[in-house]
Write a protein that binds this ligand. Structure first.
Ligand code: MN
Length: 342
């Protein structure tokens, strides 16, 4: 990461003046965000700070095994005002509400630690590295450079973030550095087998029932494949919000697809979109005109009215156009990968 030394120096200055630190992550938190918060809290406590993790949304069930998960605070009214706030794994400040309020909290320095390509560098200090496979990968460096010891508990949290965002080291964002970090975390006592089992391989019955409904209605048009999760599907199966999270990744494994889209329709009619791409189409570029963002291979956005059907049509048209522009045909990316080994 460029500027790492400079930003770390500024962070050390802010930390030296701070006693009470608040740690927040994005809305609908995932295991990378939660794990990063828990790891950082432990490290800051080690450094003599009072640190609290504030997460207002429900904590995904696959994080419940993590050390310190039971200490997450879910309402800001229970917390002392902080001298410093960390935002972890969030590309823009709008994703932090209501844990971070840009009006109420504007006088408090904000440290932005993230790995999203589309990060808006909204912090007082910005530790942002789009090359990092997970926010936890970047945080490993930050915690080490702050002089905290990476204990077995911190290592377990950081490894959980890596395993979650790289789907156990299988995605394009996994680098040799990711693997070296993971190896060091194992050396420090993080149990890889347990972490993989808890983060990726344990799904409630409701998840399977939801999959049945979602995939029964899978649609495709050439290299574009899409599916949707509706409120009635969630109601019928009793699925929790996090049960929906893994579907976009699973959908991305459709062999014939170059672009896969999962529409998640909310009760109020807004449609959350998760995109995965294999070919020449850049997922973040596709989502940006809709106010979203993310990574080249995985991105998302939220579509608001007039109706869920109209929102979906609008996005599918943009996806088709992007595919046409990229000249992608069915299987082109897969064939290219087979030819070139990339
Ligand atoms: Mn992440």
């Amino acid at each position: 990461m460029k500027n790492l030394g400079k930003e770390l120096r500024r962070l050390r200055g802010l930390l030296a003046r701070a006693r009470t630190v608040r740690i927040v992550t994005h809305l609908s938190p995932d295991a990378d965000g939660i794990s990063a918060c828990l790891a950082l809290r432990l490290a800051l406590v080690e450094l003599g700070k009072t640190a609290d993790v504030l997460v207002v949304d429900p904590i995904p069930g696959n994080c419940w095994f993590l050390p310190g998960c039971d200490r997450i605070v879910q309402s800001r009214s229970h917390l002392p005002p902080p001298d410093l706030i960390f935002s972890l794994d969030a590309g823009e400040p709008g994703l932090l509400a209501p844990a971070y309020d840009p009006e109420q909290d504007k006088t408090i320095p904000l440290v932005n630690v993230d790995h999203h390509l589309t990060n808006t560098l909204f912090g007082t200090v910005n530790l942002v590295d789009p090359e990092a496979g997970a926010s936890c990968e970047l945080l490993y460096t930050v915690i080490g450079r702050l002089g905290a010891d990476i204990t077995a508990e911190i290592a377990t949290c950081l490894l959980a973030g890596l395993v979650s965002d790289t789907q156990a080291f299988r995605t394009a964002n996994t680098t040799p550095h990711t693997l070296r970090v993971a190896a060091d975390l194992m050396q420090r006592g993080a149990p890889l087998k347990t972490v993989v089992a808890e983060i990726l391989e344990s799904k409630p019955l409701a998840w399977f029932r939801l999959m049945g409904l979602v995939f029964a209605d899978l649609r495709s048009m050439g290299p574009l494949v899409w599916a949707e999760v509706t409120p009635s599907m969630r109601l019928a199966t009793g699925a929790r919000p996090e049960d929906v999270d893994g579907i976009a990744n699973l959908l991305s494994t459709v062999r014939e697809a170059e672009v896969t889209v999962l529409f998640k329709v909310s009760d109020d009619g807004t449609v959350k979109v998760s995109v995965r791409t294999k070919g020449r189409v850049n997922a973040a570029d596709l989502c940006m005109p809709f106010g979203g963002g993310g990574h080249a291979r995985a991105a998302g956005c939220t579509l608001v009215g007039p109706s869920p059907a109209a929102s979906k049509d609008r996005f599918l048209s943009a996806a088709k156009e992007a595919l046409e522009k990229a000249g992608e045909t069915v299987g082109a990316a897969t064939e290219r990968a087979a030819r070139t080994g990339v």
